[in-house]
Design a protein around this ligand. Structure first.
Ligand code: TMP
Ligand code: ASP
Length: 261
């Protein structure tokens, strides 16, 4: 399979065509953006870490029967993924209230939610991804009732799985964002998870110290983003060989190791 022309460039990824019409290549950039692109920079090595972390989580999700777009990781920055028609909704899942919801609703930061809360945002950068209700999704045909119900079931399974996976390595899954798409195969269309899952799209706090191990390090100018993402990768057992981290600053990696209690 050969890499073809660029089909789409987003804030953190680029999608290229391939010689297989059903598959595309997803390239992870080092660009970091926040607050709908108002704040941006380049953080060397971020794309490499997100590629590895997302591959790890999506392959684990496949193993428990959650269909997703990952076919295989190609190299340090690229994956082959299934081409889908993306559902234009960002599904935000919250276990603990922080981030936009505490400002929007005046909730105390860190409030543990009784049940996972799913919020819907319209995927439209120009409008600033406004929050919407299920009724809006149905009224404007962004997805059908059956699709929303299917997505909700998948989200709750993904959340349960990820809470357990992260808990096992001393990390609390605070919230995350997911996107889904319609994949057409053999004349049938099915809804699959079609998004990266990484510290760019999740909030991850150390279970004991509440240290932020995610993109809030950039959003809130806390610094040390690469050591935090590396810490997540290492705890998940992804980075153990030196060769795996050649694109990441190795001196920073070793300082993370020393600081770990
Ligand atoms: P929020 O608190 O800013 O609404 O973010 C909730 C979660 O969704 C958090 O884990 C970050 C993630 N997220 C994205 O991945 N992309 C986005 O565009 C936004 C707004 C949030
Ligand atoms: N991803 C969004 C942006 O690039 C928002 C965020 O993650 O904070 O602006």
């Amino acid at each position: 399979m050969k890499k073809g022309k660029k089909l789409y460039e987003g804030k953190a990824k680029i999608i290229y065509a391939t010689t297989d019409k059903d598959l595309v290549i997803q390239y992870f950039k080092d660009d970091a953006t926040a607050f709908n692109n108002q704040k941006k920079t380049i953080i060397e090595g971020k794309g490499v870490l997100n590629n590895r972390i997302s591959e790890h989580i999506l392959s684990n999700l496949s193993q428990i029967g959650i269909k997703n777009h990952l076919v295989k990781r190609l190299n340090m920055r690229e994956q082959i993924i299934k081409l889908v028609e993306i559902i234009p909704i960002e599904f935000v899942v919250r276990n603990v209230a922080t981030g936009s919801i505490i400002k929007r609703l005046g909730i105390e930061d860190g409030t543990v939610l009784k049940e996972p809360l799913i919020e819907y945002c319209l995927k439209d950068d120009e409008l600033g991804d406004p929050i919407i209700s299920e009724e809006h999704i149905l009224a404007f045909d962004w997805a059908s009732k059956e699709e929303i119900d299917e997505v909700k079931k998948m989200i709750l399974r993904i959340n349960d799985f990820m809470i357990g996976m992260f808990r096992g390595v001393g990390i609390k899954l605070i919230d995350f964002k997911l996107e889904f798409g319609r994949y057409k195969a053999n004349g049938k269309s099915e809804v699959i998870l079609a998004d990266e899952i990484s510290p760019d799209t999740c909030r991850l706090w150390d279970s004991i110290t509440d240290k932020k191990l995610d993109k809030d390090r950039f959003r809130k100018d806390l610094g040390e983003l690469i050591p935090a993402y590396t810490e997540v990768a290492k705890r998940l057992g992804i980075l153990h060989e030196q060769s795996n981290v050649s694109a990441v600053n190795v001196t920073k990696l070793s300082s993370v190791k020393k600081n770990r209690k």
